[in-house]
Design a protein around this ligand. Structure first.
Ligand SMILES: Nc1nc2c(ncn2[C@@H]2O[C@H](COP(=O)(O)OP(=O)(O)OP(=O)(O)O)[C@@H](O)[C@H]2O)c(=O)[nH]1
Ligand SMILES: [Mg+2]
Length: 644
């Protein structure tokens, strides 16, 4: 169990932790000199006798009470599962008593106890009155009814009762299961002579073991766990609900800092647009304006950002104190966040806590963020049962979902997510890591066939549409690889047909009359025999004894039938030759990771200009993609050649 202190400055948090554990957590000279806490402090209390296992050790995170250090308090409170609210009997509740309590509420803490300190300085009547005030303060929160322990850390009176209570709770708490991917919110980084970089924090999910590789996010650096301490004890593995200190190999202290996360796998993705269910505090100083600058607190991190209110009615007047609205928080820098995480918002100057909420989607869209279809997605995200949530998300995704992004948002492995969905309800495109519901896929097939029927009616002499053009017409937002996969599936089902690079409805053909067929039979072998150097349209026409315009038109229709490839306006290749050129490009790609025009020229024996024309043709039909300019220009393979 991890216990976080909370409460106004000087009310006795640090003194109490020392009375409970024997550890003085104020270590800095400045803390000693000023008599206040500045940095987070850590102490441990074994539950059993002797050398307890990590599971039987209570961890304390002692936070500063000074109003200037509320961000530090937030970082300390983010990973704890039990709140110890400290109120001095002489002062009673003070501003940071209220603010810390509000933060505990925003962080969803429902377990806690109150220490009514400095009882040695108050009369029994005073103690009763302050207890009453505290109960009233807690009443509207998740901590309502939490027990109050009057005590004096100075005389020790009452401390044992609190300690017994905490030990009892620690024994009764269910052991965290350690489900989901490993996530640790970093709050301390230091070097240990002889060991190297130590990174410490609370584990929010999953587990970690010696030998594991962890990812520092959002920086994206990996490191290996050389050894680890759990609740201040050497251990082989740690899990959710515990404080861990990891000795990381391959990482220097300046590559990681408080606010970062250590994650277990590559499924973590950086996020900047957090769609949240925002609740503004009743005592927020004023309405929260659409576009307001705020401090975003998430895990142990805080950074600046802006709030967009997704309820259009609030755009003018803002969200009033006590109000609730869906909102998108746009962070100034990327962070690692998952669905279900809590964020706390403070004003841009960091003076007041404004409110906060649960993240519904860490990957909010930059546009159309309050479109009804988007709001329906957020309603689906709010469902708490994972299987129902995923099913609802799929139902609201007419073009499907990015499975990698979904896994990152849910902090689950892809395979584990898929087990939550009935296999018959969705279709997975492995190559694109893309998931789509069967109903959506059927609807999409209908739109594709309707679009092709329209095209055939309008352009009878064209065979059909190339894959990428078809995608841009029907589903521009769908990834090319997923769309290609769907087309293949519909091809297999006999819904569509393909000739050369053209997709069309089965049965649709560019017809040739007997005379054209005769001419085609004559000229196609010429193209085939010429290999990489086919004749120009003009030369074909001369040899055929036909006008140039008629020959060009015929070759275009042959291209539409997949029997020739139009590389430039007046130059047609035999498909077999283009396939061989494609094989050469693939070879270069395999050897060098890219295709440069000069290499392609050398390998094919073509002239420089022709080599470039062929590469441009490859780009056009979606086989390759051009990257860079001038000397750095190169091509990479991104699809298949559009011939079967
Ligand atoms: N008489 C009396 N004094 C106490 C008691 N607990 C703490 N103090 C004194 O109150 C002062 C502040 O105590 P701290 O423990 O530093 O208070 P804190 O809440 O940790 O303060 P910050 O961390 O700066 O917010 C110290 O001088 C303590 O000796 C108590 O139970 N009785
Ligand atoms: Mg203190």
């Amino acid at each position: 169990m991890l216990i976080g202190t909370a409460g106004h400055i000087d009310h006795g948090k640090t003194t109490l932790v020392r009375a409970l554990t024997g550890v003085d957590t104020d270590r800095l000279p400045e803390e000693k000199r000023r008599g206040i806490t500045i940095e987070l402090g850590y102490a441990y209390l074994p539950c059993g006798a002797g050398d307890s296992a990590p599971d039987q050790v209570i961890g304390f995170v002692d936070v500063p009470g000074h109003e200037k250090f509320v961000p530090t308090m937030l970082a300390g409170a983010s990973g704890v599962d039990f709140a110890l609210l400290v109120v001095a009997a002489d002062d009673g509740p003070m501003p940071q008593t209220r603010e810390h309590l509000q933060i505990l509420e925003l962080l969803g803490l429902g377990r806690g106890a109150v220490a009514l300190t400095k009882a040695d300085r108050a009369s029994p009547e005073r103690l009763a009155r302050v207890s009453h005030e505290i109960a009233a303060l807690l009443a509207p929160t998740r901590l309502a009814g939490a027990p109050v322990f009057p005590l004096s850390a100075l005389t020790g009176e009452g401390v044992a009762a609190l300690r017994e209570h905490l030990l009892g709770i620690a024994h009764s708490l269910p052991r965290p299961t350690g489900e989901g991917g490993f996530r640790l919110a970093v709050d301390r980084v230091f070097t240990l002579p002889g060991a190297g970089t130590i990174v410490a924090g609370s584990v929010h999910a999953g587990q970690v073991a010696v030998g594991d590789t962890v990812l520092v996010t959002p920086a994206g650096i990996t490191a290996r766990v050389r050894s680890l301490h759990v609740q201040n004890r050497k251990a082989d593995q740690g899990r959710a609900g515990q404080r861990c200190a990891l000795n990381l190999a391959g990482l220097s202290v300046d590559q990681v800092k408080r606010g970062d996360w250590l994650c277990g796998s590559a499924q973590a993705l950086p996020a900047t647009r957090l769609d949240i269910d925002l609740q503004l505090a009743t005592d927020a100083p004023r309405a929260l304006a659409h576009g307001a600058v705020v401090q975003i607190h998430h895990g142990t991190r805080h950074l600046l950002g802006r709030v967009a209110l997704l309820d259009a009615g609030l755009e003018k007047g803002g969200l009033p104190p006590g109000g609730r609205s869906l909102a998108q928080v746009v962070a100034d820098a990327p962070l690692h966040a998952c669905r279900g995480d809590l964020v706390v918002l403070r004003d841009g100057h960091g003076r007041h806590t404004l409110g906060g909420g649960r993240i519904l989607d860490p990957f909010g869209p930059p546009r159309q963020r309050r479109h009804p279809a988007r709001l329906a997605v957020l309603a689906a995200q709010a469902l708490s049962k994972p299987a129902e949530r995923l099913q609802a998300l799929l139902e609201h995704a007419p073009l499907g979902l990015d499975l990698g992004q979904l896994a990152a948002a849910e902090n689950q492995r892809r395979a584990d997510l898929l087990t939550l969905l009935p296999a018959a309800s969705c279709h997975l495109t492995d190559k694109a890591d893309w998931l789509i519901g069967h109903l959506a896929l059927t609807t999409l097939a209908g739109r594709v066939t309707a679009r092709l029927a329209e095209h055939h009616a309008q352009y009878g002499d064209e065979l059909g549409l190339e894959r990428d053009r078809l995608r841009r017409m029907v589903a521009p937002q769908a990834p090319a690889a997923a769309f290609a996969d769907w087309l293949e599936q519909w091809l297999g089902e006999g819904l569509l047909a393909r000739s050369g690079s053209a997709w069309h409805l089965p049965g649709h053909r560019v017809e040739l009359d007997a005379r054209d067929q005769g001419l085609a039979d004559t000229l196609l072998p010429w193209l085939q025999d010429a290999g990489f150097e086919p004749p120009w349209v003009r030369d074909v026409a001369t040899r055929l004894g036909q006008p140039e315009a008629l020959t060009r038109d015929l070759l275009k229709r042959l291209a539409a039938r997949g029997e020739a490839c139009q590389v430039v306006r007046d130059l047609f290749y035999a498909p077999a030759a283009v396939r061989r050129l494609g094989d050469i490009a693939a070879e270069l790609m395999a050897e060098q990771g890219a295709i440069r025009a000069a290499d392609f020229r050398d390998r094919t024996g073509l002239g420089r200009k022709r080599a470039i024309q062929i590469l441009e043709y490859f780009d056009r039909v979606g086989f390759t993609r051009k990257l860079g300019h001038g000397h750095a220009e190169q091509h990479r393979i991104r699809g298949d050649l559009p011939f079967s």
